[in-house]
Design a protein around this ligand. Sequence first.
Ligand code: HEC
Ligand code: HEC
Ligand code: HEC
Ligand code: HEC
Ligand code: HEC
Ligand code: HEC
Length: 338
Amino acid sequence: MKRTIILLRLTLPVVLILSITMLACRSYSTDETNSANSTTVKTNNACINCHESKGLILARNVQRSTSLHSSSFTFQGNAADCAICHSSEGFTERIDAGTFEISADIKNPSPINCRTCHQIHKTYTSSDWALTIDTPVILQLAGDTFDWGKGNLCANCHQARPSDVPQAGGGNYEITSTDFGPHHGPQAEMTAGVGGYGDKYTGSSVHYQGIADGCVTCHMIDDTYGKESGGHTMSMSFQNNESPVDYVAACIECHKDIETFDRNGVQTEIISVLEELRILLVAQGLIDESGSGIVGTFSSEQAGALWNYRTVEEDKSFGVHNPGFAKFLLQTAIDALK
Ligand code: HEC
Ligand code: HEC
Ligand code: HEC
Ligand code: HEC
Ligand code: HEC
Ligand code: HEC
């Protein structure tokens, strides 16, 4: 009798646990059977098309991680004024709203990533690689229309920030910030040949007129040098024994024998004229020896000269983007100061 009770005491819980487990397993396997219907199987295949495929995502992710798009990321990702270009959430919010502003700071911003530029996880098909925006861009600085194929995506951010550009004959001009100028990325204005101080530029913008997808064609050639140049690195050069090498793969299509970006000495010339202008700006008290701006009251011609200097400097291509316009801006500035 005692033995039977002990046996029951021991077996009852075991039986109970076993039955509960079996019940649980039954309902679990029922779910499995249900989820093995055709919709789920299709979804899984759809996922695998992107997530299990020869570096489709990984390769781009490694490239992107080396680009300033993701590596350089501080308070500018949060602050509403800056986040519209410096974080993925800020950018997405403003292009969805079709404005150039967002309502509040971003609390947990992400750097520029796949979703900033592509329609990820919308249809779960290859059409998700479509760009988030590629329509012509109305530039904030002076309302010019920028239209350069897929490069339109880039111009949403790589444009001058709105500002009161000095006008010739405009009298006194108050420079109130040491950062006076078009901000760090005026490549849209530079490539299209608009937005400087002085007369309207009527010369040719050779690359804007002749290269189909603009920025994307040169900066994202689908032929990468490791994670250093091409593709999603956005970078135009790589390091060889610690010296930079110009990655001319994208240029060769049109300039067969090109070896460096300094084609026909264009960059050498721009760098030397920039230096000539810098010396004049220092002499007239607009910038100091270190290149920092100086606040104060100047003539609109002087302020305009500094504006053009900053545009060419911040464009960072030393003439490649638009050789004719870069020379024009610098010459206009030098004439204004003399
Ligand atoms: C058209 C390509 C594509 C398809 C199809 C696709 N994904 Fe993604 N998925 C991406 C990309 C791109 C990312 C972002 C990768 C990154 O930022 O590292 C991503 C990210 C993810 C992540 C990481 C978390 C996140 O949201 O960033 C998960 C989880 C994920 N996908 C699941 C799925 C599932 C489940 C499916 C199928 C239902 C699917 N994906 C289908 C392209 C795709
Ligand atoms: C219209 C878009 C836009 C807005 C708004 C914007 N930025 Fe930028 N910013 C850029 C782009 C594009 C670059 C990169 C340009 C380049 O590498 O040539 C950049 C670069 C920078 C850099 C790096 C400079 C360098 O040369 O390395 C700093 C710092 C910066 N921005 C600060 C700010 C701050 C602070 C704000 C807000 C007050 C702000 N930005 C708002 C587009 C923007
Ligand atoms: C700054 C914008 C930007 C970011 C960030 C970005 N891409 Fe792209 N991506 C582009 C552009 C522009 C193209 C070229 C589109 C074209 O030629 O149709 C492209 C092309 C691609 C293609 C080829 C698509 C096709 O139809 O052939 C893939 C795949 C791709 N990107 C994946 C990614 C992944 C994965 C990420 C995140 C790790 C990413 N991209 C981040 C702008 C971006
Ligand atoms: C959402 C805004 C945004 C978009 C869209 C964007 N950029 Fe940028 N880009 C930036 C910012 C911001 C930086 C600088 C980050 C910093 O210095 O803090 C930058 C930096 C760069 C740089 C500097 C070099 C490097 O290592 O990253 C290049 C080149 C560049 N972008 C090219 C492009 C091209 C080409 C496209 C279009 C395919 C593009 N960008 C689209 C905002 C953007
Ligand atoms: C003709 C090819 C070409 C086109 C088109 C082009 N770029 Fe560039 N870009 C260059 C080259 C080459 C350099 C680098 C020059 C050097 O390093 O000497 C450069 C430099 C830059 C830089 C500075 C990179 C750095 O590392 O500091 C940015 C940012 C940039 N370009 C963005 C753009 C944007 C945005 C567009 C479109 C509006 C564009 N580029 C169109 C060739 C091009
Ligand atoms: C789709 C064609 C195309 C591509 C790609 C292209 N260019 Fe050009 N480029 C032209 C044309 C057209 C001209 C004007 C005619 C000429 O100078 O041959 C030009 C002119 C130039 C000039 C001015 C030359 C002078 O003597 O005044 C420079 C510098 C230049 N390109 C550099 C580059 C660099 C660097 C790249 C690659 C990063 C590049 N180009 C990519 C078509 C292109």
